[in-house]
Write a protein that binds this ligand. Structure first.
Ligand code: COA
Length: 155
């Protein structure tokens, strides 16, 4: 079966959480993934703001996922989380996931997408630059132990 992105489902959550724990020093709590999975991958908040999550499958299991925010009132999107299973990195799954986000935001008339990344996560910096994003600035102590670098792209 070809690799594809689709909204997260409840039976994906264990695999998602395993990837999350492997990839990040301060992983998200499982409840966040459960909430998104229980809402067909999209939760609507105040002022029409949405938080959405898609996973990408490979050989019928979860290869990676992305979570993003879509704010129609500010016309901005924000990537909140993206990760690919360690043994499947550098095979284009991250590219497919982030492209899905850019396409969905653009379809909804959103003009820019931004994100924060740990200063020391050089692999992610290279990835975002390759995806056409530009460095915007620094947020001191955005993470408890590290500054964030902000990236942005015009859609
Ligand atoms: C960042 C991440 C999501 C990228 O996913 P991926 O599936 O490995 O990325 P892709 O294979 O789609 O890479 C696309 C391009 O980005 C660049 N890139 C990706 N990973 C890279 C790395 N480790 N070093 C240098 N460039 C990299 C390359 O140019 C790559 O194209 P190429 O392989 O043809 O050279 C993945 O490395 C990951 O899950 N990292 C751990 C979690 C994380 O840091 N998330 C980001 C938090 S802000």
């Amino acid at each position: 079966m070809p690799d594809r992105t689709r909204p997260v489902r409840i039976d994906d959550v264990i695999a998602v959480k395993a990837i999350e724990d492997c990839c990040f020093p301060n992983p998200w709590d499982i409840d966040i993934f459960v909430t998104l999975a229980s809402s067909k991958g999209c939760v609507t908040l105040r002022k029409g703001k949405k938080v959405c999550m898609q996973i990408i499958e490979h050989n019928s299991s979860v290869a990676g996922y992305v979570v993003w925010e879509d704010c129609p009132d500010t016309s901005k999107g924000r990537v909140l989380n993206i990760a690919v299973r360690e043994n499947l990195q550098r095979r284009g799954f991250g590219r497919s996931l982030i492209q899905h986000v850019f396409d969905s935001l653009a379809e909804r008339g959103i003009k820019t997408a931004a994100l924060e990344v740990r200063e020391g996560n050089l692999a992610a910096h290279r990835f975002y630059e390759r995806m056409g994003m530009e460095e915007l600035g620094r947020v001191p102590n955005y993470y408890d132990d590290e500054d964030a670098i902000t990236y942005s792209i015009t859609l």
